[in-house]
Design a protein around this ligand. Structure first.
Ligand code: AMP
Length: 433
């Protein structure tokens, strides 16, 4: 299907490395995993992400799920286009505010948007995200949360050795400052909007802030002239934003202010951010996020300010792959077991089982192969050590271990094999030491 793809080895090694590293870093900051369903009630996204956003108005995979039983109602369902709404729904549904402190939750998984596919943009793509959410009394509004999340992301980027990134930061204000800004934006738009694209003409009426999502090149000079939210922040928004910046400076997180950055989802309030990366070309946003202090209430829950982000995992992997040779993320098995003839199948299978249970990564050969073909096969797989399983070996419980790199062969007792295979030293050196 257009916009979907198969992820194959060895590239999947990189995906695993990204996910593993993210789990490790999230654990250091005391985040725990949440898994929400891949499809949800369409209304969740309409109310959460916002009807006027591109995601909801154009990109969702939505279908009418017919009732199967009389007791069941037909329902409009949607493949999740993002995961924050699902997490906040779960927060409300399971009354997670009754648990102590803040909820610090992370997720990983596929998201679905009907976008025009291109390099770095897919219809099924993968996000790794995290959310900090809780009642205001648990400190969920504190700028410390914003700075901590950003600083955590920098640790993750550093651990993955993804370089050449820029953190773009803005405050999109709170519901207190938004009406005055919307009014100013509407007014400014009324003079110019007829020269803009159809989408912008629609946005100007439904939700003027969304004009900043426009990618049409001809519209950009006009958008440049529009008033910016930074001029409309109220005192408490401004203080919050300054505090976030102060904390980022203290933790050595570099950032640039971009007061055009509003992010393409309606739920954002105050801090909004995006990381871009130099090697990725047009689709250079590798992750984005921000505060969503009113989202829980919009979904029928109690006040539960929060902040979160979503990493575009596809793009993380691209950035990671750009920096290294394919060979560097393939790890070959440690040994190849070569049975000499059909009668050796049973001892070979048993030996492989034994070595694997001792923690060795082992490839098991074929009883129909001649020894030369076994060596060639092992070599093609990048395996340097071959264990030969023949009648004499089985009878003596001593196996011939061939090092394909040095060409040397030695006899090793079965009980010593695992240790000998794991030893990084070539045979001659090991014997000397
Ligand atoms: P968003 O959920 O729109 O805030 O996006 C967060 C991140 O997800 C972006 O910065 C991208 O890295 C990634 N992303 C969003 N849409 C796509 C897509 N269609 N294909 C690949 N990655 C995407």
């Amino acid at each position: 299907m257009r916009g979907t793809r198969d992820l194959l080895p060895p590239e999947t090694e990189l995906w695993n490395r990204v996910e593993q590293t993210a789990r490790e870093v999230f654990a250091l900051y005391n985040f725990s995993e949440i898994r929400t369903p891949i499809f949800e009630d369409t209304q969740l996204f309409a109310r959460g992400v916002g009807e006027a956003t591109d995601i909801v108005s154009k990109e969702m995979y939505t279908w009418e799920d017919r009732a199967r039983a009389q007791s069941e109602k037909a329902q409009s369902l949607t493949l999740r286009p993002e995961n924050t709404a699902g997490v906040v729904r779960a927060y409300i549904e399971h009354k997670l505010w009754e648990r102590p402190g803040l909820q610090k939750l992370y997720y990983m998984g596929p998201q679905f948007r009907r976008e025009r596919p291109q390099k770095g943009r897919y219809r099924q793509f993968y996000q790794i995200g995290a959310e900090v959410i809780g009642p205001p009394s648990a400190g969920s509004e504190s700028p410390v949360r914003d700075a901590e999340v950003l600083e955590m992301l920098v640790m993750l980027l550093n651990r993955l050795e993804i370089r050449d990134w820029t953190l773009q930061l803005n405050s999109v204000g709170s519901p207190n400052s938004r009406p005055a800004y919307n009014e100013a934006l509407r007014k400014a738009l009324s003079d110019v909007v007829e020269r803009m694209c159809m989408d912008c003409q629609r946005r100007a009426v439904t939700n003027p802030l969304r004009v900043f999502d426009c990618k049409v090149p001809e519209d950009q000079p006009i958008i440049e002239t529009l008033p910016r939210i930074s001029g409309f922040l109220d005192e408490s928004d401004r203080k919050h934003f300054e505090e976030v910046q102060k904390l980022l400076r203290a933790t050595g997180v570099p950032f640039v202010i971009n007061d055009r950055l509003v992010r393409g989802l309606d739920y954002y309030t105050r801090t909004a951010f995006e990381f871009t990366q130099g090697s990725l070309g047009a689709q250079n946003a590798i992750l984005g996020g921000g505060r969503y202090d009113g989202l829980s209430e919009a979904l029928g829950g109690p006040p539960a300010p929060g902040i979160g982000f979503a990493i575009g995992e596809d793009r993380f992997v691209m950035a990671l792959a750009a920096g290294q040779e394919t060979a560097s993320f393939i790890s070959a098995p440690q040994a190849y077991i070569a049975p000499l003839g059909e009668a050796m199948s049973v001892p070979a299978v048993k030996l492989a089982q034994e070595l694997r249970s001792q923690g060795l990564r082992v490839e098991l050969g074929d009883e129909s192969f001649r020894l030369k073909k076994s060596f060639e096969t092992a070599d093609k797989l990048g395996i340097t050590k071959v264990v030969i399983v023949g009648e004499a070996e089985v009878a003596s419980d001593q196996f011939a271990l061939k090092d394909l790199q040095s060409g040397e062969q030695e006899k090793v007792a079965r009980t010593q094999l695992a240790e000998r295979i794991s030893s990084p030293l070539p045979y001659a050196q090991a014997k000397r030491s």
